[in-house]
Design a protein. Structure first.
Length: 111
């Protein structure tokens, strides 16, 4: 199964900021924007407030795996930006799964 495309261009992040919707939990913030693209693109932000590089990378790996678990439910035509809040650095995998599922469901994306 191929990986999701990544958001990379500044213009794409700016569009999410201007036109996208925002949902949040104590662990994660999800910015989402419906597009007419034949793919779903995902970006992640793990700020330094999470801790050192090891901690930030651990959170990114967990989030990538959680996205893979929900691949079929996500469908196509979305730009998504997941932003980890400082508490995500100490959260368990199950807590991150619950937070992501809640955000996707409340955004109408699935989950």
């Amino acid at each position: 199964m191929p990986a999701f495309s990544a958001l990379r261009r500044k213009a794409d992040f700016d569009a999410l900021g201007r036109r996208g919707s925002v949902r949040s939990t104590r662990l994660l913030v999800l910015r989402s924007l419906r597009t007419d693209r034949p793919e779903t693109r995902i970006g992640m932000s793990t700020p330094k407030s999470l801790g050192g590089a090891v901690q930030r990378n651990r959170v990114r790996r967990r989030l990538r795996e959680l996205i893979r678990e929900r691949r079929d439910a996500l469908g196509v035509g979305w730009d998504l930006l997941l932003i980890a809040r400082p508490e995500a650095g100490t959260a368990s995998y199950a807590e991150l799964r619950e937070a992501l599922g809640s955000l996707l469901q409340r955004s109408g994306i699935g989950g």
